[in-house]
Every structure is written in C-alpha cells, then in structure tokens.
Design a protein around this ligand. Structure first.
Ligand code: ATP
Ligand code: MG
Length: 139
C-alpha cells in the first residue's frame, strides 16, 4: 500500500540551486510528487516543526538554519515511501551517509544536511498536516 511522507529541501540546497537535482532524484526513484510548495518558515514555525528536539544543544542553530531562506516542502507518495525516502536521504551526518545518497552527494555538514524526511508513518502524518491541508495532497 502507498504511503505519503514529507520531504523538505533545506536552505543549504536552496542556496546552491539544487532544487531540480533533488526533485529529479525523487522522480527517478519512482516517487509521485503528491503536493509541493515553496515557503519561508518563521522561526516559530521551524521550532514547532522540530519540537521533538527542543532543549537539545543544536536546537537554536537548527531552527535558525531552517528558517533562513525559503524551503521546498513536498509530499512524496509511493510504496514504503517513509523508509525509502530515509534510505535515499542517507544518514543525518553526511560523512556517515552511504554513497549515492542525497546527503552524501550534496550535504556539507550535519547541521546543513540538504534534505529532511519524516522518520516514521506517525511523524509523516503530523508533519504533512503541519504544512498541507488534506485537499492539497493529491492521490
Ligand atoms: P531531519 O529530521 O532533518 O530529517 P534526521 O531525522 O536525520 O534529520 P534528527 O535526529 O531528526 O535527524 O535531527 C534533526 C536535525 O538536527 C538533523 O537533520 C541535523 O541537521 C540536526 N542535528 C541532529 N543531531 C545533531 C548534532 N549532533 N549536531 C548538530 N546538528 C544535529
Ligand atoms: Mg528527524
């Protein structure tokens, strides 16, 4: 059965003109883009999005970064989409990400790691709802 997951093209990728390469990668992998928009998040929106990390040492840096430029928000649809996106993204620290993953290919540091992906079906539901109404996600 198909799942839908949230991907975010992060500011480091936006600054380096990588939108097309990243979307192209998802299309090549067989995902359908079920929703997409570009948005400049406020600091408060970034903090709410990453609420699970509040209190951690990197929280301020993380939320300042995510709200520093517009980002591309995408709902990716496909079989096993949550796990498949995590596999294609690669590990959080690009130095530890497998060859061929988006983070290994493009990311420069753990803090500015190019792409976000929901880490579970439950997270995906919350994160998609944070940015999209149900009617904006196409089947
Ligand atoms: P994302 O949620 O953005 O997809 P992730 O699920 O791989 O990333 P999380 O543990 O959710 O990783 O951390 C969220 C983000 O916080 C990471 O993408 C990274 O940029 C930053 N981060 C996580 N751990 C560290 C750390 N030890 N030092 C600096 N930044 C970190
Ligand atoms: Mg995460």
């Amino acid at each position: 059965m198909d799942e839908v997951t949230l991907a975010i093209i992060k500011p480091d990728a936006m600054r380096r003109n990588l939108i097309g390469k990243i979307i192209g990668r998802y299309e090549e992998e067989g995902f359908r883009i079920a929703a997409m928009k570009m948005k400049k998040l406020s600091r408060e929106e970034a903090e709410g999005f990453y609420a699970e990390h509040r209190g951690k040492s990197f929280f301020d840096e993380l939320t300042a970064f995510l709200s520093s430029t517009p980002v591309v928000l995408m709902a990716l649809k496909g079989e096993n989409a949550v796990k498949r996106n995590r596999d294609i993204m690669g590990a959080t620290n690009p130095a530890q990400a497998a060859d061929g993953t988006i983070r290994r290919t493009y990311a420069k540091s753990i803090g500015e790691n190019t792409i976000h992906g929901s880490d579970s079906v439950v997270s995906a539901e919350r994160e998609l709802g944070y940015f999209f109404s149900k009617t904006e996600i196409y089947s």
